[in-house]
Ligand binder design. Structure first.
Ligand code: UD1
Ligand code: CA
Length: 452
């Protein structure tokens, strides 16, 4: 689309009553991203592209989400919900600025791709005034039907106004269109509300364009790309479509998944080379997985970065702010949050590591807990490189365990432990001193003890 300017208007002012939710419809997630974020991500970008989002009067959250995803977006409030054409005119000021192509999309159609926006714009370049995105619906109920005569689009008929013969038509309006940006305002302002719902229907642009003696065309796409989401069932269907797209893209990029249909990815998940994801793994937003890392079964990961050759799970939970260094190992029933674990750290079993920094090659024994919350505030735990924390220890934050320090099993550490110190806060000392000695000897020979 070189040289042509565009304005994309995304309509997101609807209540979405059929979702039966207090959350505005377009903020519901598909693959870890709001419906709105998906649409805004697909809309044209760059210096020749402007973007406007029409939101409801009490939808501050929708406005924030629009700005978060596309800081360049202008937002307009539709004060009364009088229909899709009325909603477009809420962005009148943006339209009046005049662009070559005016694109209109709905915030509840998250599977749309940027390639489809380009395909819709092509006919305008060829002289058409309007291009409407159409698809054959398996069940057309609820969609506007495209009335085509002699290969020419002549009207869009909404379900409520359609005759039985028109209702039998399966070619439907996807809700996305491209209009000649210089004529758009004049055309949309002609739309009235003489229909069964007394709404201003954007779909009436077709007959108006025809009456003006101008050209309107249909561009077809697959139903999967334009599923409109009005209900929770449709939200779940869109999730399935999106997940199969993301799984395929991951497999194409070289990720090994022997049961991809059991793995849930987010739209922004990134992978290095030779990543393996075992069955039944759930990955939320903000996750990057580096070369050679393995995610074992039943792990749940959100906003985390996983270093090269790291190993996670089975049954691990990595919460937001987790960063694993190269070769780090997180075993079963381990939870991490806001924690950086440097290269070679091992937390193999049954531990909680939160608000913490763990230096390289430290070994955190089974049942270790960073006690980060004292009932009032969160506090940090520092564990130095090469430290050994014996099983079933409680590290009461704020606390620092020195590098190379040795914490005997069952310790409750409430004060900082100097580098290379032996710390035993409770219980019998003798065994632990022996353990610390053996640990140091093995470490000086370059071999850490197994397990922990
Ligand atoms: C609309 C189309 C229909 C099409 C279908 C595709 C119209 C009249 N009908 O029907 O032809 O087949 O989408 O999914 O255009 N909105 C506002 N303000 C309003 C009304 C709606 O912002 O006053 C927004 C909604 O938030 C939504 C979009 O416009 O994002 C579509 O509205 P919706 O009520 O879902 O229209 P449909 O009945 O699905
Ligand atoms: Ca809809």
């Amino acid at each position: 689309m070189t040289g042509r300017t565009s304005l994309t208007i995304v309509l997101a002012a609807g209540e979405g009553t059929r979702m039966r939710s207090a959350t505005p419809k377009v903020l519901h997630p598909v693959a870890g991203q709001s419906l709105l974020a998906h649409v805004l991500g697909a809309a044209p970008k760059g210096s020749s592209a402007s973007l406007a989002v029409v939101i409801g009067p009490d939808h501050k959250g929708v406005e924030e989400e629009a700005k978060r995803v596309r800081p360049d977006a202008a937002t307009f409030i539709q004060h009364e919900r009088l229909g899709t054409a009325h909603a477009v005119l809420a962005a009148r000021d943006a339209i009046a600025r005049g662009s070559d192509d005016l694109l209109i999309a709905f915030g509840d159609t998250p599977l749309i791709s940027s390639a489809t926006f380009d395909r819709l714009r092509a006919p305008l370049q060829g002289g058409a005034t309007l291009a409407v995105l159409g698809f054959h619906a398996a069940d057309p109920a609820g969609y506007g039907r495209l009335l085509v005569e002699d290969n020419r689009l002549v009207a869009i008929r909404e379900q409520a106004d359609a005759s039985p013969a028109e209702r039998a038509i399966t070619l439907c309006n996807a809700g996305v269109m491209a209009l000649d940006g210089r004529k758009a305002l004049e055309i949309i302002e002609k739309i009235g509300n003489a229909n069964s719902k007394r709404e201003y229907y954007l779909t009436d642009v077709v007959t108006i364009v025809r009456e003006m003696g101008l050209e309107a065309v249909v561009i077809e796409t697959s139903e999967d790309e334009v599923r409109g989401i009005n209900t929770k069932a449709q939200l779940a269907e869109a999730e399935q479509v999106m997940q199969s797209r993301l799984r395929k893209a991951a497999l194409d990029a070289g990720v090994t998944m022997i049961a991809p249909e059991t793995v849930y990815l987010a739209a922004d998940t990134t992978f290095g080379k030779d990543v393996t994801i075992e069955p039944f793994v759930v990955i939320g937003p903000g996750v990057s997985i580096s070369d050679g890392a393995v995610i074992h079964s039943f792990s749940h990961i959100v906003q985390a970065s996983i270093g090269k050759k790291a190993s996670v799970g089975p049954y691990a939970r990595l919460r937001p702010g987790t960063s694993l260094g190269e070769g780090a190992r997180i075993g079963n029933f381990v939870e991490t949050k806001a924690a950086t674990l440097e290269a070679g750290v091992k937390v193999n079993h049954l531990s909680y590591v939160g608000d913490a920094h763990v230096g390289a090659n430290a070994n955190i024994g089974a049942g270790t807990i960073t006690c980060n919350y004292d009932g009032f505030g969160k506090h940090r735990t520092e564990i130095g490189a090469g430290a050994f924390v014996g099983t079933n220890s409680s590290l009461v934050a704020p606390v620092r365990i020195g590098s190379g320090a040795y914490i005997g099993s069952g310790s409750v550490i409430t004060r900082d432990v100097p580098d290379d110190a032996l710390a035993v806060e409770r219980g019998q000392q003798t065994n632990r001193e022996g353990g610390a000695k053996r640990y140091r000897e093995i470490k000086t020979r370059g071999k850490a003890p197994k397990g922990g």
